[in-house]
Write a protein that binds this ligand. Structure first.
Ligand code: NAP
Length: 302
């Protein structure tokens, strides 16, 4: 029996664990893959206060070290089910019990769902420039999307590729102004705007994409060696369906205190509905969630 179980060891879960550990709550983190989560798919971060730039690995290493020093336990297991009322979590066939729960499961990359995407995943289609960019030295790659992630990853890809074509469905990007300035300064980066990808094609690996201009209806073939997809993220909340209030996209509905519709269950980070999805806001959420869990446990006489 733990005081608190945190599901997910990204920046939100680790910060929740930091605050819970400092409140001397007997805390367990369950993580399905590796400590750090999705942020490790980016190479570095430039907008975490106090660091003009830091690698995500270094930032996570420091967060983990801080948490482990507080005797928080971390287990790498896949969560399969949750019982909100009894505060039990089933993972890899084992049942873990606590008095309060924090959900910090984050989100996973959204798919384009066009023909060829699944077939060529790992054969030219990628959702992680940091992992796969070195395979595209002096190649031409397309990168799909228009947000901050596309902007940052296009700049990273341009360090390896001969040309990076940003394919975006509208005529303007939603990425921040500073990132858009950097994109325009980079000679290797081209824009294919008002355009959607309709198919990813090739023999053994990606050789081209079919694209369609949404304004003119014109369709054409774009020769490329790789396609990186950065069109947003879907929350990792399938296991909560019917158990907690989620919005139509699956994000957890929570208050500013991180309370959810489940008593004694709190949410933080990218799995909850909010307006700004950043490492710094994930950490802030985590701190608040742990504080709310502490207050909840105190009200129960813990
Ligand atoms: P995002 O900001 O939600 O942008 C997703 C982009 O993909 C949008 O441009 C969207 O087009 C496009 N899109 C969505 N569905 C599509 C589809 N089916 N087909 C084609 N295009 C589609 O996502 P993100 O860039 O991955 O970022 C996620 C969150 O992390 C954001 O809150 C972002 O600010 C944050 N982030 C921050 C940083 C940073 O500050 N350094 C870095 C990375 C990510 P529309 O524009 O037409 O909607």
């Amino acid at each position: 029996m733990f005081d608190l179980i945190i599901i997910g060891a990204g920046p939100a879960g680790l910060t929740a664990a930091l605050y819970a550990g400092r409140s001397r709550l007997n805390t367990l983190i369950l993580e399905k893959l590796s400590v750090g989560g999705r942020i490790l798919m980016s190479e570095h971060i430039e907008n975490y206060p106090g660091f003009s730039t830091v690698t995500t690995q270094e930032l996570i290493r420091r967060m983990e070290e801080q948490v482990r020093a507080l005797d928080v336990k971390i287990e790498v297991v896949q969560v399969e089910g949750i019982d909100i009322e009894n505060k039990t979590v089933t993972a890899d066939g084992k049942v873990y019990k606590a008095q309060a729960l924090i959900i910090a499961t984050g989100a996973k990359p959204r798919m384009l769902n066009c023909p060829g995407e699944t077939r060529f995943t790992g054969k030219g289609v990628s959702y992680c420039a940091t992992c796969d960019a070195p395979f595209f030295k002096e190649k031409h790659v397309a990168i799909v999307g228009g947000g901050n992630a596309v902007a940052e990853e296009a700049i990273y890809l341009a360090r390896f590729a001969r040309q990076v074509s940003i394919v975006h469905r509208r005529d303007e990007l939603r990425a921040s102004a500073i990132l858009q300035e950097k994109l325009k300064e980079n000679k290797k980066i081209k824009f294919v705007l008002s355009t959607v990808v309709t198919e990813i094609k090739g023999a053994a690996k990606v050789e081209s994409i079919s694209v369609k201009n949404v304004l003119t209806g014109e369709e054409k073939n774009l020769t490329c060696d790789g396609v990186f997809i950065y069109i947003g993220y879907d929350p990792d909340t399938e296991f909560l369906k019917g158990k907690l209030d989620l919005n139509e996209s699956g994000f957890i509905i929570s208050t500013e205190d991180m309370t959810t519709s489940g008593q004694g269950v709190f949410a933080c980070g990218d799995c909850r509905k909010k307006t700004l999805y950043q490492v710094v806001t994930a950490c802030a959420d985590g701190a608040i969630a742990a504080d709310s869990a502490y207050r909840y446990l105190a009200s129960k006489g813990k």
